[in-house]
Write a protein that binds this ligand. Structure first.
Ligand SMILES: *Cc1c(COP(=O)(O)O)cnc(C)c1O
Length: 387
């Protein structure tokens, strides 16, 4: 039977207690989620500003669909690049301060386009060990194209500099998450940009969790560090997390983005996202720019959570972002804790290896502007009881 091997492997995954199951939500993404009739507070989504269920965004998407139809019909380079797509690219370029932007259907596809397009035979890629899976896959593609790839220990600038100094490659790419998705900590972008300048390298930044959240007007991690656009930066931002819609963008210099448009395979060989997505994103960008009160709410929630869990037996990683990981360590203890919270109508996912290093299973608490102070209190109280 051709499926025998798959059965055996699935059984192995089950034996290790690592089978993953999806929960079906009967409510839109938001502060709470209803699953099998149970209504739980949702600390599991990346909808940091609570925009995914925003009615103005839904209206913008509905209007977009009425005006522009549901499908784009083709890839951007063939005939699928409609006026809303063009408008959101320009709006994102203005918002981020970069010369030009391209939009992608997902962040995964955006990352898959960048590294292999900018690094091929004879080039060198330097990647943080804790980078997101999509950046790792992109790095593997660059490797298959003949690029040399090296990973440096998480945020270790001395190790990165040693690698940069030792390479003979002339075209170099430093690749990093801006906010690390399982730890919530920030990459030292000013130091990375300084290294990129000194060693004449590109700096590829994945701001999936910073865009909309950090910096003035939610402009992201670069703005958080008071850095502005730079011709050697390629900035990727996702639009399905804080922006509450879907898709992603890559921003850069005019030349870099033109090159990506001509050569990025996951840009070229895929149908453009539905134009209504772009219509909703135009509205979302306004809400993000005007969203200081949402970000104030979010950061008050983060501060309350951090203060409230200080006396618990588990350490919270030093994160100043919406991702607040509580390190449990043991896999089954972590799963049991997540289950205990679920029984108390609190949805906090347990993240285990291989997603995170062995022995560092964690509850990944995602805080949102949609949560109230009472919601955060409820989570703190439940964690205290379970401890
Ligand atoms: C979510 C995420 C992505 C992928 O973005 P999608 O739009 O969900 O495909 C890329 N990088 C990081 C760091 C992420 O957290």
């Amino acid at each position: 039977m051709i499926e025998d091997r798959l059965h055996a492997e699935l059984a192995e995954i089950a034996d290790l207690g690592l089978t993953r199951r999806r929960r079906v939500l009967d409510t839109p993404c938001g502060r709470t989620a209803t699953v099998d009739g149970k209504n739980a507070l949702n600390f599991a989504s990346n909808d940091y500003l609570g925009l995914a269920g925003n009615t103005e965004l839904a209206a913008a998407m509905a209007d977009g669909a009425t005006t522009w139809g549901t499908g784009s019909g083709a890839s951007h380079l063939v005939s699928g690049h409609l006026a809303p797509h063009e408008a959101i690219e320009q709006a994102l370029a203005r918002f981020t301060g970069f010369a030009r932007c391209l939009t992608f259907s997902t962040g995964y596809l955006a990352n898959l386009a960048v590294t292999p397009t900018f690094a091929g035979r004879g080039d060198a890629v330097f990647a943080d060990k804790l980078n997101h899976a999509s950046l790792i896959d992109a790095m593997q593609l660059a490797k298959a194209n003949g690029a040399g790839v090296q990973r440096y220990p998480h945020n270790d600038m001395a190790a990165l500099e040693r690698q940069l100094a030792a390479t003979t490659a002339t075209n170099k790419l430093i690749v990093t998450d801006a906010v690390f998705s399982m730890d919530g900590d920030l990459a030292p972008l000013p130091l990375l940009l300084d290294l990129a300048r000194r060693y004449d390298a590109w700096l590829v930044i994945d701001d999936a969790h910073g865009f909309g959240v950090l910096g003035p007007q939610g402009k992201g991690s670069l703005a958080h560090f008071n850095l502005s656009a730079d011709a050697r930066i390629l900035l990727m931002g996702t639009l399905g997390k804080a922006a509450g819609v879907g898709g992603a963008f890559v921003a850069g210099s005019e030349t870099a983005i033109e090159y990506l448009l001509q050569k990025g395979r996951s840009y070229i060989f895929t149908t453009a996202a539905p134009p209504a997505i772009a219509s909703a994103l135009l509205k979302s960008l306004q809400l993000i720019a005007d969203g200081d009160s949402l970000r104030q709410r979010l950061f008050a929630n983060i501060a309350q959570l951090r203060e409230g869990v200080r006396s618990l037996p588990w350490p919270l990683l030093p994160s100043a972002t919406a991702i607040q990981p509580l390190i449990i360590g043991d896999n089954s203890a972590c799963v049991a804790l997540s289950q205990g919270l679920w029984e108390r109508c609190l949805w906090v996912p347990a993240i285990r290896p291989p997603t995170v290093p062995k022995g560092s299973a964690r509850l990944r608490i995602c805080v949102s502007a949609a949560h109230t102070s009472a919601d955060i209190e409820q989570l703190i109280t439940a964690l205290g009881e379970l401890a």
